[in-house]
Design a protein around this ligand. Structure first.
Ligand code: ATP
Ligand code: MG
Length: 384
C-alpha cells in the first residue's frame, strides 16, 4: 500500500545548531554540498528551519539519493518518510504495512508526535494506538536497544510515517572551515586523517612527495585512486605532486636524521603551499609512538621548524583503530597496494629522540629552504 504515498527524505543537520551566528553560512554550504553529491539525480530540495526536505522525483530511484546523502559531512541523520493525510487511522494503517516487512524478533521504538494542536488526537493517543497495534502484530518495544524506530508525526497538512532512520556522517559541511593542507602519503594513515579533516569542515589541499621520475607518473599511481575515493565524500580538492630527488641529493649526509629531515622538508613544503593557498593549518596522519619516527621528541623537533600549526587527528589512535576506519571509509584496499614510498627508502636505524637544535643546524647546513623552493618549482598541481 505504501506505493500510493509520496516518499520524502527528511535530513537533519545536528551540530550546525551550535553555530548560531554562522548558521546561515553553514546551511548554505551543506545544501550546496548535498546538491553536488546528488548530481543529476531527480529530486527537489526544500529548506525548512531545522531540516532539509528532499523530494525524489516521480519514479526516481531513491537508493542513489540515499547513498549520496550517506557521504555528505554535516548531516547527522535522515529519515525516509511517507506522506499521508494527518489522520490517525491512515497513519496507523501505513505504519502497519511498513512494520509487517520485519520479522517478529524486531524490537521497535515508537516516536509519536502531533505538532498541530487542532487535530482530533494528541501525541499520547497516537503513541498508545501505535504501540497497541505493534503488540498485536507480535512485536516487542523498548526505548533503548531497539532495532527500528517507527516515527509518526502529524502536522496541520500532513502525516509523516517513517520506519527508516539512517545515521549520517555527522561533522561539518566540507569547506565551511576553509581549506587545509594535508600531507598525503600512499599509506594507510594519512587518507584517514584527510577524511577526519574533511569531517571537521576542511576542504583538502593535498601535498604528495614522490620518488617517481615525473609528476605525471606519480599522478597516475595509486594516489590517484586514494584521492578519487576521498573525493567521493567531497569532489573539490587540489593536489600538489612534489618530486623528492632534490631533497634526496641534499640530504645525503644527514645520517640518522634523514627521515626527520624528510619530514621537515614535507612540513616546510606544506607551509609554503598553505600560505599560497590561504590555509591556516596542516594535517598529517601521524599517531604518537606508532613507529620509531613518531616519538614526541621527533614530532616536536620537526614541528619546531615551521610556524603553521600541525594537526594530527590520529594522534591517539591504535593502528587497529585506524585500519578499521580505513576499511569503513573505503581507502584501505588502495592504501595496502604496493607503493614506492619516499619515507621507507631512507629508513635505516633512524634517530628516535631527535634534538631540535641539531635539526635546526642540519636544516641550515643543507639549505633546506632552498631545497623546498627548488622542489616546489618542479611540482605540478591540479584541482577539481
Ligand atoms: P601513512 O600511513 O600516512 O603513510 P606512516 O605510518 O607511514 O603514515 P610516516 O611515514 O612517519 O608514517 O608518515 C607520517 C605522516 O607524514 C603521514 O601520515 C603523512 O601525513 C606524511 N607523509 C609521509 N609520507 C609522505 C609523502 N610521501 N608525501 C606527503 N606526506 C607524507
Ligand atoms: Mg607511510
Amino acid at each position: 500500500m505504501e506505493g500510493r504515498y509520496e516518499r520524502i527524505i527528511l535530513v537533519r543537520f545536528g551540530e550546525l545548531w551550535l553555530k548560531s551566528k554562522n548558521r546561515g553560512t553553514y546551511i548554505k554550504k551543506l545544501v550546496s554540498n548535498i546538491r553536488e553529491q546528488l548530481g543529476s539525480e531527480k529530486y527537489s530540495l526544500e529548506l525548512e528551519h531545522d531540516r532539509i526536505i528532499i523530494r525524489p522525483g516521480k519514479d526516481a530511484n531513491i537508493e542513489p539519493i540515499k547513498s549520496g546523502l550517506d557521504r555528505v559531512f554535516g548531516i547527522s541523520g535522515y529519515q525516509v518518510s511517507y506522506v499521508t493525510k494527518p489522520q490517525l487511522e491512515e497513519m496507523l494503517k501505513l505504519a502497519r504495512s511498513l512494520a509487517s516487512r520485519y520479522d517478529k524478533k524486531t524490537i521497535f521504538k515508537i516516536n509519536a508526535h502531533r505538532s498541530y494542536k487542532q487535530l482530533p488526537f494528541d501525541s499520547a493517543e497516537l503513541y498508545e494506538k501505535a504501540s497497541g497495534m505493534l503488540r498485536r502484530m507480535g512485536y516487542s518495544m523498548a526505548p533503548r536497544g531497539y532495532d527500528k524506530e517507527l516515527v509518526l508525526n502529524a502536522t496541520e497538512d500532513s502525516g509523516y510515517v517513517s520506519i527508516e532512520k539512517v545515521k549520517g556522517l555527522g561533522g561539518l559541511p566540507v569547506g565551511s572551515g576553509g581549506k587545509a593542507v594535508i600531507l598525503l602519503s600512499g599509506g594507510i594513515d594519512s587518507p584517514v586523517a584527510a577524511w577526519y579533516a574533511m569531517k571537521r569542515g576542511m576542504e583538502p589541499i593535498y601535498v604528495h612527495v614522490h620518488g617517481f621520475s615525473s609528476n605525471e607518473e606519480a599522478s597516475n599511481s595509486k594516489l590517484k585512486e586514494i584521492v578519487a575515493l576521498l573525493a567521493s565524500y567531497h569532489q573539490h580538492y587540489k593536489i600538489y605532486y612534489v618530486p623528492s630527488h632534490i631533497f634526496q641529493v641534499g640530504a645525503i649526509r644527514t645520517g640518522r636524521y634523514e627521515l626527520i629531515m624528510m619530514k621537515v622538508f614535507m612540513l616546510l613544503l606544506a607551509e609554503r603551499i598553505a600560505v599560497n593557498q590561504k590555509c591556516s593549518v596542516v594535517f598529517t596522519g601521524e599517531s604518537l609512538g606508532q613507529v620509531a619516527s613518531q616519538t614526541p621528541e621527533n614530532l616536536a623537533a620537526e614541528e619546531h621548524m615551521v610556524r603553521i600549526p600541525v594537526l594530527r587527528p590520529l594522534i591517539g589512535f591504535d593502528k587497529e583503530e585506524i585500519i578499521s576506519v580505513a576499511r569503513r571509509i573505503g581507502t584501505y584496499s588502495y592504501s595496502i597496494l604496493p607503493y614506492k614510498d619516499v619515507c621507507s627508502i631512507n629508513a635505516r636505524n633512524p634517530k628516535i629522540k631527535a634534538d631540535a637544535r641539531i635539526v635546526a643546524d642540519i636544516s641550515k647546513e643543507i639549505k633546506i629552504k632552498s631545497i623546498v623552493s627548488r622542489s616546489l618549482k618542479l611540482s605540478s598541481s591540479f584541482s577539481t
